[in-house]
Design a protein around this ligand. Structure first.
Ligand code: ADP
Length: 244
């Protein structure tokens, strides 16, 4: 479903991604861990071209972008439509209700008619446990509820792949569990997911593959039980030790 080939990204002189290659099969969940500043968020943002890589190839579904030859805008738009992104700070539209937030993408981007978009949004908000909150505005919702709206909003675009950028790290601890529960449910329904998170218990339980990034490269990857129990690299061991 996803193939990344020798991806590089620099911000001016700072070489942040130094040749990332990775494949994610359909329906699999990949969790990216690693120290702060190692390039995890940049990699995720490159995957839907919120950041433009300097070099390398990204394939998602049937769309391939080669960044050594300026990809066409239309192809970038096609790639973006394959992905749903969930941000650390929810990024909901503050002047719209939960329902309107979820309806917005399908109406404006997919040109879905309003009644169908509404039905879909109600269905998705019910699925994330917010049937009784559809007419609330973001400021009336807890962080956990806002993030669940964020997940419903991303799902409303019927993406092939869901990308999560530290979805629980801005939340008070009491709201983390409900968001992880919804993510687990989405995974169990067969969604292909790439998740940057520090929630190691979640990674152990839900990930098919864990990637350890350090200084812009993938230092090590494997099944969660392998990587967490028998890390091969000293730097991975040090990182995991710090989390305990
Ligand atoms: P992580 O998610 O692993 O903490 P990031 O991908 O956020 O790492 O950041 C990697 C490096 O790239 C950091 O040194 C960060 O300061 C830098 N960086 C990230 N985004 C930008 C940007 N838009 N402009 C300049 N530097 C950036």
């Amino acid at each position: 479903m996803i193939t990344i080939n020798d991806l590089h990204k620099s911000f001016n002189q700072l070489h942040v991604l130094k040749g990332i290659s990775l494949t994610v099969e359909k329906g699999k969940v990949v969790v990216i861990i690693g120290p702060s500043g190692s390039g995890k968020t940049t990699l995720l943002r490159c995957l839907n071209v919120l950041e433009t890589p300097n070099q390398g190839k990204i394939q998602i579904g049937n769309v391939v972008l080669d960044f050594s030859q300026n990809p066409a805008k239309a192809d970038i738009a096609r790639l973006r439509r394959q992905t749903g992104m969930v941000f650390q700070n929810y990024n909901l539209f503050p002047h719209m209700t939960a329902l309107e937030n979820v309806m917005e993408g399908p109406i404006t981007v997919k040109k879905m008619d309003k009644a169908a978009a509404r039905d879909k949004a109600v269905h998705l908000l019910t699925k994330v446990g917010l049937a009784d909150k559809i007419n609330e505005y973001p400021f009336q919702l807890s962080g956990g509820q806002q993030q669940r709206v964020g997940i419903a909003r991303a799902l409303a675009m019927d993406p092939q792949v869901m990308l999560f950028d530290e979805p629980t790290s801005a939340l008070d601890p009491e709201w983390v569990g409900e968001v992880l529960k919804v993510m687990k449910q989405v995974a169990q329904e067969g969604m292909t997911m790439v998740i940057v998170t520090h929630e190691m218990a979640f990674a152990r339980e839900v990930a098919d593959k864990v990637i350890f990034m350090d200084q812009g490269v993938i230092l090590e990857q494997g099944k969660p039980e392998e990587l967490f129990t028998h890390p091969r690299e000293e730097r991975t061991r040090q990182f995991l030790k710090l989390l305990r």
